[in-house]
Design a protein around this ligand. Structure first.
Ligand SMILES: Cc1cc2nc3c(=O)[nH]c(=O)nc-3n(C[C@H](O)[C@H](O)[C@H](O)COP(=O)(O)O)c2cc1C
Length: 372
């Protein structure tokens, strides 16, 4: 019995070390190496907006404020889920939180699995709520953990830990299959999400991690009771790429090959957005490769309620809250500039601006209009 306890204890510690090490590696790889899609694109380049030479508004009168899941945002922008559970992560979360609090925006945290294993790591997440008492904060857990039968009281703990405004569930089968120590087990995830929705008061948001949600999956999630979805489509950060670097360092040739094969796997963000928005009744967050305020404007014009960026915020977040703020302010300035050129004085008007698709996105539209 005692021996068993010791064994359990050391395997728990080994697990924590592994999770922390992996988190540090993810951050380092994302900072040092090219981790974005190689040849694939978000297809926002195929979305065409129409210049308005008589906008009949003054730039200074443009109002970007909006509401997402009952919370007011000064603009339809938040920092996407990234991190927690490691020392570097604490600083990153602290800087992002300070910036979004001052800007009236929001952020999602990275997977909180680490904090469940070791409460010592909790402050790498709780620092976000400490620095952002009023901002929207998303708690986060993975589909793979839900498949394993995570307890509802543990889920509640994650939410309470950061007084979360929403609970993000990330769906990442493509990452799990490439990750050297990945757990490609996805049975009963939908059932698990349904149970969480029923037992947790906080709204549940389902997201991808850069491979794009399909309209069929969104329909299932919507029926399960999730309150919003985040596309996290292909064209930006590729988690097949991130895990490829780790597999290479570990000399795991089969995973290296798989990472290479799936580097550009997924649904381009703009295609995912178009297909989801055809029928979705819940708010959609556009993310995955959004890099400018023009991308944000296009995503809103296509019907999104919110947008998120992850990778572009990572480097500034390793420096200071001011660096994060100045990056986000630039994006919002760009968004406002595009709204000025479209004659859209607020987000509702931006949602109604005329637009059309060319190239590959037009082909996705043709496919979706027939089949979705
Ligand atoms: C360093 C890093 C860590 C991430 N960790 C998580 C995570 O723990 N949970 C999650 O849901 N998504 C995670 N993501 C995925 C992002 O939330 C986002 O979906 C993806 O990076 C695509 O957006 P981007 O192209 O703007 O980076 C992470 C992304 C990065 C760059």
């Amino acid at each position: 019995m005692e021996g068993g306890d010791i064994g359990e204890q050391s395997s728990k510690e080994a697990k924590i070390d592994l999770i922390m090490k992996r988190k540090e590696e993810h951050i380092q790889i994302c900072l040092d190496d090219p981790v974005q899609a190689k040849n694939a694109k978000t297809l926002f380049g195929d979305v065409k907006l129409i210049n308005n030479s008589l906008p009949e508004i003054d730039f200074e009168d443009i109002d970007t404020s909006t509401t997402f899941l009952g919370k007011k945002f000064s603009a339809p922008f938040m920092v996407g889920a990234m991190t927690g559970g490691a020392e570097t992560a604490k600083k990153i979360n602290a800087n992002i939180a300070t910036a979004v609090e001052e800007l009236g925006l929001g952020m999602a945290l990275g997977s909180q699995r680490a904090a469940l294993y070791d409460p010592v790591l909790e402050d790498t997440y709780t620092i976000a709520r400490k620095n952002a008492p009023g901002a929207f904060i998303g708690a986060n857990i993975g589909g793979a953990q839900i498949s394993k039968g995570m307890k509802i009281e543990d889920i509640r703990r994650l939410v309470d830990m950061v007084k979360a405004d929403a609970l993000y569930v990330h769906l990442n089968p493509a990452q799990e299959i490439v990750q050297p120590e990945g757990e490609p087990k996805y049975k009963n995830v939908l059932e698990g999400i349904r149970a969480i929705v029923k037992s947790v008061d906080t709204p549940v948001v389902a997201k991808e991690v850069g491979f794009g949600l399909s309209p069929g999956v969104v329909k299932q999630l919507e029926h399960a009771g999730v309150k919003a979805v985040e596309t996290a489509g292909m064209g930006g950060t590729s988690y097949a790429a991130v895990e490829w670097y780790r597999a290479k360092a570990m000399k795991m040739e089969d995973k290296v090959d798989l990472g290479n094969l799936l580097w550009d796997w997924g649904i381009p963000t703009a295609a995912s957005l178009y297909m989801i928005n055809l029928h979705s009744k819940i708010p959609v967050v556009a993310s995955g490769g959004l890099r400018t305020g023009l991308d944000v404007a296009k995503a809103i014009a296509m019907g999104s309620s919110m947008t998120a960026m992850a990778l572009p915020v990572l480097r500034p977040a390793t420096k200071s809250p001011e660096d994060v703020k100045s990056f986000i302010e630039k994006i919002i300035r760009e968004l406002k500039s595009v709204m000025f050129l479209l004659g859209a004085k607020n987000i509702d008007e931006l949602k109604r601006v005329p637009h059309f698709f060319v190239g590959e996105l037009a082909q996705w539209k043709e496919y979706a209009d027939k089949n979705v």
